[in-house]
Design a protein around this ligand. Structure first.
Ligand code: 15L
Length: 267
């Protein structure tokens, strides 16, 4: 497949870009910053919130799909969050409609449901209502709503992968439940790109963690077959005073007071 990857210079972006190329895909990269050293592929520098910059990338040749990873990874003001996650999604979906590109795969986030109390004897399913913990989470929910609109209105196939905690290995007790390994991340995005006719779909992007808080069934239904388990690292993870509060809600530290802020920055 010829795939546009936004946010290709980011930590997830670099792993997904290299992983998709290794699996035989032709990747077109888009980011606000130039290509990191060692990455040698078609690279476009620009902002996904700029419809003209997005149109210029789509004009370079036919695409089979878009993987939208660009966006601020943390809490920000409401306008900045909406621009970073929702407006960028709208700009890309518009370009897809204009150019007949049908598959959109999104780096959603567990923070779309982060304010949900941690499930004790069951796993959280995609049927649970959106319950964001931050403006970051609100903007991710809004991006999923846009995806639903474009799937219904234009027949696009759209998949939101609500990523847990991406990294080389889990580093906290919460991440024993929420971790997504780099290899599983590539497996997940490739499955979401290639699954036949998903329509509008949401899945939880975690590895096959023994202590998982989220249901992997929606991902498995699309062909995502995770191989890694955070439990492998459990003996190396120190217990901390924050562990209990970070495990009260699935959004972990995002639900703690340090993340609370006004919707609009006045400074
Ligand atoms: C996310 O969505 C964030 O981008 C990342 O910074 C982590 O906080 C992660 O979720 C997580 O919940 O661990």
């Amino acid at each position: 497949m010829r795939v546009l990857v936004t946010g290709a210079a980011g930590s997830i972006g670099q792993v997904v870009t290299v992983g998709l190329v290794d699996r035989g895909h032709d990747v077109v990269a888009f980011d606000r910053v130039p290509a990191p050293d060692g990455i040698d592929l078609a690279w476009h520098t620009g902002d996904c919130a700029d419809a003209d910059a997005v149109a210029a990338v789509f004009a370079t040749g036919p695409l089979d799909g878009v993987v939208h990873l660009a966006g601020l990874p943390d809490e920000a003001s409401l306008p900045d969050s909406l621009t970073s996650h929702t407006v960028t999604t709208g700009a890309l979906l518009d370009a897809m409609v204009d150019h007949g590109v049908r598959r959109f795969v999104y780096a959603g986030s567990n923070h779309a449901v982060g304010r949900t109390p941690r499930p004790r004897d069951t796993e959280l399913t995609v049927e649970h209502r959106p319950r964001p913990d931050t403006f970051y989470g609100v903007a991710k929910v809004a991006a999923e709503a846009l995806m639903s609109l474009y799937a219904d209105r234009y027949g696009l196939d759209v998949v939101s992968c609500r990523i847990g905690s991406f990294g080389p290995e889990p580093t906290t007790v919460r991440q024993l439940s929420t971790w997504l390994s780099p290899d599983d991340c590539v497996r997940m995005f490739e499955a979401a790109l290639t699954a036949p006719a998903p329509g509008y779909a949401v899945l939880y992007g975690i590895s096959r963690n023994t202590r998982a808080w989220w249901d992997l069934a929606p991902g498995r239904a699309l062909g995502y077959d995770p191989q890694d388990d955070a439990e492998t690292f459990s003996s190396r993870i120190p217990t901390r005073a924050e562990d209990e509060v970070e495990s009260a809600f699935v959004g972990g530290p995002f639900v703690t007071e340090e993340f609370f802020r006004p919707a609009l920055d006045r400074s």
